[in-house]
Design a binder for this molecule. Structure first.
Ligand SMILES: Cc1ncc(COP(=O)(O)O)c(C=O)c1O
Length: 467
């Protein structure tokens, strides 16, 4: 079937199903299974998937995990007619909109190919190991008691050894996002404080800086990471003395700074008294061998490092660590207690069981091997089917490729269109701290199988060629 014929068939099925739902189905009624829709409409499973995702996006149907798809309940009238003016008065001026960040962390609807995911899919998560670790952890005596706010000592030791720092300089947090939020809330001592960031920069970090009232200042990068010449200029022309970066498999570009670049940036920061916040979230995901040493290992007194287990394990294992020194460490310790008291002991015990188990290194190898295969297929498919999309850099680790679209494309419009056709991608404009450097997409190979990657790129190519 040509892509035009396939589009027409998909549109016809969509209209028929929509009419059927609106005229003869009750809220909460189950939609026929995908298989019976395929038979009923004589269409491919892919077409049916696209139709159902479109109905989901329009709020006509909802998916319930493991149970199927159901006609959505009617929206509650009270929420649209209630008068919330008093709340608006109470809240005052609105903070910066963080919609791009919120939508980035909303999982793809069922049936949508997740080329926007920042976490491993279920096939790569160590489900059986986690279940066993949780079971053992939950049987420990006094497991539900209070524990030290800094975290479990053996787990801090494990993180310290991994990062090459002292255990007393580590603190356990629930995930890297919490860790980064706490770090910047401690550093944000005045409104509008400038912070030097990579450009493009991890969207989650930009969201935190904005919500802390800080001002991100972009430092451009070349093929080897942040540019020392431009950083030096900025250190001379601005008062910024905090810098944040992800030197190992950056999100979204996949860049990994070589050792010499790390030394150059560290030397400049030392000379100008700059504190570095190093995000090490994806450091375990080297696909072509291990990365160069972390900045924190090279200069622990200059660097606050954040390392998380969510990326090599699963989004739900919300255990991370901060490594820091001096007064910054003391303030972080206080801030974490004020915010969270401590991270639940059973989760810390389970994480410890997992990372110290005999199977841990085998798990990492499996993840690295599969991601490498997925990266190669994604890169190859884009090069073959979308020759005018430019892959900026083939990553040696992490989850993402960063693609420049032709100048006449609008990345936000394209990402919305792709979602309507059953493929989730992340539009690039939101990742720039200042003006965007043209239309980009971030494509992820973390959450999609080889088959989904092939299907997804075929759909993107169909949409790209229609432009
Ligand atoms: C670079 C980077 N830092 C931090 C985070 C937050 O990770 P966590 O799930 O551990 O909070 C993410 C997640 O997408 C990320 O990509």
């Amino acid at each position: 079937m040509t892509s035009e014929a396939s589009r027409r068939s998909s549109e016809r099925i969509y209209q028929e199903l929509k009419q059927h739902i609106q005229s003869s189905m009750k809220p909460g009624a189950p939609l026929p299974s995908s298989r019976s829709l395929v038979e009923q409409h004589q269409a491919s499973p892919n077409t049916i998937q696209k139709v159902v995702s479109r109905l989901m996006q329009e709020g006509l149907v909802v998916s319930r995990a493991g149970r199927g798809v159901f006609v959505a309940e009617k929206p509650q009238i009270t929420s649209s007619t209630a008068d919330f003016g008093w709340q608006s008065v109470l809240l005052g001026a609105s903070p910066a909109l963080q919609q791009d960040f919120q939508s980035l962390y909303t999982p793809a609807p069922a049936g949508v190919i997740p080329l926007g995911s920042g976490y491993l899919d279920a096939s790569l998560q160590p489900g059986a190991l986690l279940a066993a670790a949780m079971q053992r952890a939950s049987r420990r005596p006094l497991i539900w008691d209070r524990i030290s706010p800094e975290g479990l000592e053996p787990l801090r030791n494990w993180f310290a050894q991994k990062l090459g720092v002292q255990a007393q300089n580590t603190l356990i947090t629930s995930g890297a996002q919490t860790a980064l939020s706490t770090v910047f809330s401690v550093l944000a001592h005045s409104e509008g404080l400038p912070v030097l960031v990579e450009s493009p920069c991890h969207l989650g970090t930009l969201a935190i800086l904005r919500s802390c009232g800080m001002k991100p200042i972009p430092v451009p990068a070349d093929h080897a990471g942040m540019r020392p010449d431009l950083l030096e200029q900025l250190l001379q022309s601005t008062s910024a003395r905090i810098l944040t970066c992800q030197p190992t498999y950056q999100n979204p570009t996949g860049l990994c700074w070589p050792e010499q670049r790390r030394k150059d940036i560290l030397a400049l920061c030392k000379k100008h008294g700059v504190l570095i916040v190093e995000d090490g979230a994806t450091q375990d995901l080297g696909l072509d061998g291990p990365p160069p040493p972390n900045l924190v290992k090279m200069a622990p007194e200059q660097v606050v490092h954040v390392y998380s287990l969510t990326k090599p394990v699963a989004a739900g294992l919300r255990i991370a660590a901060i490594a820091a020194t001096g007064p910054v460490l003391q303030r972080l310790r206080t801030a974490l207690v004020v915010d969270d008291l401590f991270v639940t002991g059973v989760m810390q015990e389970a994480a410890l069981e997992l990372v110290t188990s005999a199977q841990w290194s085998r798990h990492l190898k499996t993840v690295q091997g599969t991601l490498k295969e997925r990266r190669d297929v994604l890169v190859g498919q884009v090069q073959v089917h979308l020759p005018n999309w430019k892959i900026q850099h083939v990553p040696t680790g992490g989850f993402y490729i960063w693609v420049k679209l032709p100048e006449d494309q609008d990345d936000a419009v394209f990402a919305r269109l792709a979602l309507q056709h059953g493929v989730q991608v992340s539009a690039g404009h939101a990742w720039f701290p200042a003006e965007s450097e043209g239309p980009h997409l971030r494509l992820s190979y973390a959450g999609a199988s080889l088959e989904q990657i092939r299907q997804g790129v075929t759909t993107l190519a169909d949409l790209g060629s229609k432009k």
